[in-house]
Ligand binder design. Structure first.
Ligand SMILES: Cc1ncc(COP(=O)(O)O)c(C=O)c1O
Length: 417
């Protein structure tokens, strides 16, 4: 007999993993191994991009690097991150506004874990699956902002700060991926300026997740451009080397916030995290070298811009409805009437391919499995072109086309005559 575990019984892996395990059981190999088509995966190409920078292949390690790291991050990396924002966006943040984490997720997790009880999170109905797990596990309270065909999966900024039914005690913290995962919708220019102005109002804040900062024709979208008084705010910007700098494996991310909020998070690091590997932080300093970043911005915007456009056009030709915005490296797609993403996946698995189901991005679904719950996004899915080399385009579209044709033929066969 198994003894009951001392650990939570409510800690499933992020939604996408269920798809990955189902894929392995069906196809006999892990998604990502040679011969598979990783359309469900959110990693970028880590091989060279045309016009992109050469990425460092080693870092020097001195005895100092074997000492404990500083809780808030290596001084050289904090300075490089501050400069990274100030030079491109015209901001004036200091290294003391930067806290280094082992990737984007731990930073986001930490902000949400230390929220005061009167702070209510607002999250779009369609967002990155990990947010639902993080909000649940940190015990945050949240309300969902509608994402519908009618609002183009892009609600107005004001929807995140709607105070209907609230008293003055409740403060609001929208959590927004921008550019969005999975929708690609991006708030930039005047719309982003308005969002940040709202976030700086008393009683408001924001956790703006800018993991896909470089994946936009402008080569860079960040709320920091519009922040007036960071040290007097509850603005949190999350960034990472994961996507634009194309180094998910080094596990370096950061949060930009007021000095006071950074101090709280670094106090947590002193007892709960112990800082982040010096080796990875040195690597990140090299990645953030201004010449490299300038090349990366141009190459990422160019390559992924072309991929977004050509996959989008091909999906339309296949009869899918494209609801994608103008940033990121995902398409947000609606299937023809009658076909659900679950069934699409079962059919794709046979060809070594898989997508992320819209259901997994539904922030209003119950965290624990509930067979009775029907998501409004069951006929939607996310297609990732992040890891795809330009050469796979033809075969990707051929596989998807074949599966949709097979489905239509099966429907026609089973229809009453
Ligand atoms: C919206 C979003 N935020 C943050 C991250 C960064 O994740 P990490 O750096 O922890 O891999 C990701 C990666 O998938 C993401 O999609």
């Amino acid at each position: 007999m198994n003894r009951p575990s001392f650990l939570s019984d409510h800690c499933p892996p992020m939604g996408i993993y269920e798809t990955l395990y189902a894929f392995r059981d069906s196809f006999g190999q892990f998604m990502g191994s040679p011969g598979t088509h990783p359309w469900s995966q959110g990693f970028p190409l880590t091989t060279p991009l045309p016009g992109g920078p050469e990425l460092p292949s080693s870092v020097a390690v001195s005895p100092d690097d074997r000492l404990y790291p500083k809780a808030w991050g290596h001084p050289a990396l904090r300075a490089a991150i501050a400069e990274h924002y100030n030079s491109f966006y015209g901001s004036r943040i200091a290294p003391e506004n930067v806290m280094v984490f082992a990737g984007g997720r731990p930073g986001i997790y930490t902000v949400l874990a230390f929220l005061k009880k009167h702070v209510e999170v607002r999250i779009g109905n369609v967002e990155w699956p990990a947010y639902l797990d993080i909000l649940t596990q940190t015990g945050a309270s949240w309300r969902v902002v509608p994402f519908t065909k009618e609002n183009g999966f892009h609600p107005a900024n004001s929807a995140y700060f709607d105070r209907t039914g609230l008293n003055a005690k409740t403060h609001l913290l929208p959590v927004i991926s921008n550019p969005g995962n999975p929708t690609g919708h991006t708030r930039h220019g005047a719309e982003l300026a308005e969002l940040m102005a709202m976030a700086e109002q008393p009683g408001n804040g924001i956790l703006l997740d800018e993991a896909y900062e470089m994946f936009h024709a402008s080569q860079g979208v960040s709320g920091i451009r519009y922040v007036k008084d960071l040290d007097n705010s509850n603005v949190f910007l999350a960034g990472a080397c994961t996507k634009g700098l194309r180094s998910p494996g080094i596990r370096i991310g950061w949060v930009i916030a007021s000095r006071k909020n950074i101090e709280t998070m670094s106090n947590y690091s002193s007892f709960g995290m112990g800082g982040v590997s010096h080796l990875s932080q040195h690597y990140a300093v090299e990645l953030l070298e201004p010449r490299r970043v300038a090349q990366a911005r141009a190459a990422v915007a160019q390559h992924y811009g072309v991929q977004r456009a050509r996959y989008g056009a091909a999906f339309q030709r296949l009869g899918l409805t494209v609801h994608t915005g103008d940033g990121g490296f995902y398409h947000w797609l609606e299937l023809p009437a009658g076909l659900q993403a679950d069934e699409l996946n079962r059919r794709l698995f046979k060809h070594g391919a898989a997508i992320l189901k819209g259901f997994d991005c539904d922030m209003a679904r119950p965290h624990d499995k509930d067979p009775g719950y029907r998501s409004p996004y069951e006929s939607y899915f996310r297609f990732s072109f992040g890891p795809l080399p330009p050469e796979s385009f033809e075969s990707d579209i051929a596989i998807l086309g074949k599966v949709l044709t097979e489905y239509r033929a099966d429907v026609a066969k089973s229809a009453p005559r």
